[in-house]
Design a protein around this ligand. Sequence first.
Ligand code: AMP
Length: 212
Amino acid sequence: MNIILLAPPGAGKGTQAELLKEKYALNHISTGELLRNVASRDDELGETVRNFQKNGMLVTDEIVFQVLKDYLDKSVNKDFLFDGFPRNKNQAEVLDSLIENIDYVFYLDVGEPVLESRMVGRRMCSECGSVYNINIDSLKPKKDSICDKCGGGLYQRSDDNKESFKVRYQEYLEKAAPLIDYYQNRKILYKIDSERTKEEVFLSICKIIEKR
Ligand code: AMP
């Protein structure tokens, strides 16, 4: 089973991805995370990716494809959950050529004011990558700045701020939002009201998967 999570920045892709990969034993591919790994390297490519990410801009397709192909080639589990990819039409077409079929595209629908508040409150675990949110009661860590699951330290991503949000949201509207039509025409797009709690959103997604 192959799934794509399509959503504006801050809609909860990472949170739903964690739940989905657990329940359906999927191979979770977050291109944002793969690229953050590249960005932490002390070489030219690392610096290039760091600059794109810091400013909230999309990394070039060429770099993304390279990183993605390396990951796909190494993967044993071929049931993929794409989180943050594709982000434009060209990426969607390349994905079609890389994997045989896409079963579901879940479009997590959230309005702009909620997105901004969620993004500014997001915190990530530096050890296990779990996602928290200090602006949402049900997603707060039990202890300030400490991961509930592994005790790792929590940090705020350098691109999770208001200025970067505006750029990322604009990029999303221009480039990724047209993919809604692209997948709707293929009848594999499911729109999910994602201003609800993470449990409610997850339940809606599971119901669709289990209907088949
Ligand atoms: P995310 O973790 O999905 O919010 O992505 C964080 C940042 O990584 C984005 O703002 C982009 O700079 C970069 N990025 C992630 N996925 C892609 C992609 N598919 N294409 C281009 N840039 C990406």
